[in-house]
Design a protein around this ligand. Structure first.
Ligand SMILES: Nc1ncnc2c1ncn2[C@@H]1O[C@H](COP(=O)(O)OP(=O)(O)OP(=O)(O)O)[C@@H](O)[C@H]1O
Ligand SMILES: [Mg+2]
Length: 348
């Protein structure tokens, strides 16, 4: 095996992680400018324009919003909070999270109205930005009242993010009219843009002799416009190469690294489904091999305890077919006769 004195490939793994904020953002100048323009009234103490960002996974929506939010807060002291609604998916938990971030509103009130009043008292009449990332994860009725009520606070501006435009179009008319957002769309990255993003990371994260443009191009082609997939592929490839004792990344490492991003794609596929799909998936994950009648019963129980309106059994079958089609779950006939299936999550 060839060797270098210092035979490590990965110098800084953190730079290839999801939470790393790049120093400069590549190829999104126009979106950054537009977003900065929308929130610029806050610099004069005014209410900002609301914005709705949409685009496929890995197109930089979260990165651009966090960058712009941090910039205006560092440079002009404008207040703001970033909330990931995938994690905090009810109006109450969004409010609770925001108050915690601002180190305010402690206490045991479990009431949305109380939390909203606490937030109003903290924000007062100052301009304030709230990023609601993955906003479609808050169930539709609550999403409407969340947006409507947050916008009733003084000079609050919302930056909502979703994958498609549908959650915006589906808002109730009175909510939509109060929000009236500027819509910004995020296109998939081109192969050249992805290579640029990778170059920026590789030059900090990897040994300079461990990679070249051709490897970055291979990774970029594989990632199909998704920067997250590109960065993870590069990281996995580097880890493989290092474990093998190689000193330079090659196409085989890239292939292996790419096939490992299967789990990543799965998470993002699940994100696109409804909360009912996700609940069903969670139940199957918790009890692999569960049969269809058991699954439906557990699902109904969970809906009852969450106060959700359950889907009908016909829709249930369609949902299961959809998840099997996406290869999130595998279904096999559990009995010789009848239409009872056993479900398990597909690993990998
Ligand atoms: N223009 C860019 N320059 C540098 N890094 C980027 C850029 N765009 C995205 N990235 C990186 O790619 C990854 C995914 O980006 P991001 O999370 O912003 O995508 P997203 O559009 O929010 O995706 P999703 O819809 O799945 O949430 C992150 O690690 C981010 O740092
Ligand atoms: Mg995102």
């Amino acid at each position: 095996m060839a060797s270098r004195e210092d035979n490590g490939i990965v110098l800084d793994k953190e730079v290839l992680s999801e939470s790393y904020m790049p120093e400069t953002i590549i190829a999104k100048d126009s979106q950054i400018k537009e977003l900065q323009g929308c929130i610029s009234p806050t610099l004069q103490g005014q209410k900002p324009m609301n914005v709705w960002l949409h685009g496929s996974p890995g197109t930089g929506k979260t990165t651009v919003s966090c960058y712009v939010l941090k910039e205006i807060s560092d440079q002009a002291g404008v207040g703001g909070v970033y909330v990931n609604c995938w994690k905090y998916n009810s109006f109450y938990s969004v409010l609770d999270f925001m108050l915690n971030q601002m180190r305010r509103g402690f206490g045991d009130a479990r009431d949305t109205t109380v939390k909203l009043q606490q937030l109003e008292r903290v924000i007062k009449n100052r301009p304030f930005l709230i990023v609601l990332d993955e906003v479609d994860f808050v169930p539709s009725r609550e999403r409407n009242s969340m947006i409507y009520n947050l916008l009733s606070i003084g000079k609050v501006g919302l930056i909502c993010i979703s994958e498609s435009r549908y959650p915006l179009l589906a808002l109730e008319p009175r909510v939509k009219s109060r929000l009236s957002p500027q819509v910004l769309s995020f296109d998939n990255y081109t192969t050249g843009e992805l290579a640029e993003i990778l170059r920026q990371r590789a030059s900090i994260a990897l040994h300079p002799e461990a990679w070249d443009s051709s490897v970055l191009k291979l990774v970029s082609r594989r990632a199909l416009g998704d920067a997250r997939v590109a960065i993870h592929t590069l990281r996995n490839a580097a880890v493989y190469a290092e474990a093998e004792g190689a000193i330079k990344l090659n196409g085989v490492h890239v292939d292996k690294g790419f096939s490992d991003t299967g789990g990543l794609r799965r998470t993002y596929e699940l994100k696109r489904l409804t909360e009912h799909h996700r609940l069903l998936y969670e139940i199957i994950k918790g009890s692999p091999g569960i049969t269809s009648p058991e699954l439906f019963k557990t699902y109904l129980d969970k809906c009852r305890s969450r106060n959700w309106k359950a889907i009908a059994s016909r829709t249930f079958s369609l949902y299961m077919q959809k998840m099997a089609g996406l290869k999130l779950i595998a279904a096999e006939r559990a009995r010789v006769r009848g239409r009872v299936f056993a479900f398990r999550p597909v690993e990998g």
